[in-house]
Write a protein that binds this ligand. Structure first.
Ligand code: FES
Ligand code: FES
Length: 149
């Protein structure tokens, strides 16, 4: 049995230690807000926070996630209030198809925690998520808006 602390709640389930965290989230726990894109740590669609660090869950085995604080897109809003990044995303109409966006938002939320006023260079080096719809300029504007909120 594996126990993970996800969005502040303990979740216990039966799965092998080498199962990727993304598989457990989506297929075992039914938490489908975190997306599968490439499966090889390239696209960022599967990004969650592990102990506050943006992490690609498709290549993170359960053995590395156990005992840590995991936050998924489902847990980013607090007490019914959207996270500032989520608010900026709505205000700037960032999502197009939306597929990449939960991972993008999680990556940006982690960046702003570490660097509350990121420069364009900080954004370019930290946000390497891929968006097939090409929302990158809206993403940049929304990050600066969230940083100023
Ligand atoms: S699905 Fe994990 S980085 Fe693409
Ligand atoms: S909004 Fe469609 S892939 Fe990013």
């Amino acid at each position: 049995m594996t126990t993970l602390k996800i969005n502040g709640e303990d979740k216990t389930f039966d799965a092998p230690d080498d199962m990727p965290l993304l598989w457990a989230l989506r297929d075992v726990l039914g938490m489908t807000g975190t997306k599968f894109g490439c499966g090889i740590a390239q696209c960022g669609a599967c990004t969650v926070h592990i102990d506050g660090v943006a992490t690609r869950s498709c290549v993170t085995p359960l053995s590395l996630a156990a005992g840590k604080q995991i936050t998924t897109i489902e847990g980013l809003a607090q007490n019914g209030n959207l996270h500032p990044v989520q608010k900026a995303w709505l205000e700037h109409d960032v999502p197009q198809c939306g597929y990449c966006q939960s991972g993008m938002i999680m990556a940006v939320a982690a960046l702003l925690k570490e660097k509350p006023k990121p420069s364009d260079a900080d954004i370019d080096s930290a946000i390497t998520n891929i968006c097939r719809c090409g929302t990158f300029q809206q993403v940049r504007a929304a990050i600066h808006a969230a940083a100023s909120a």
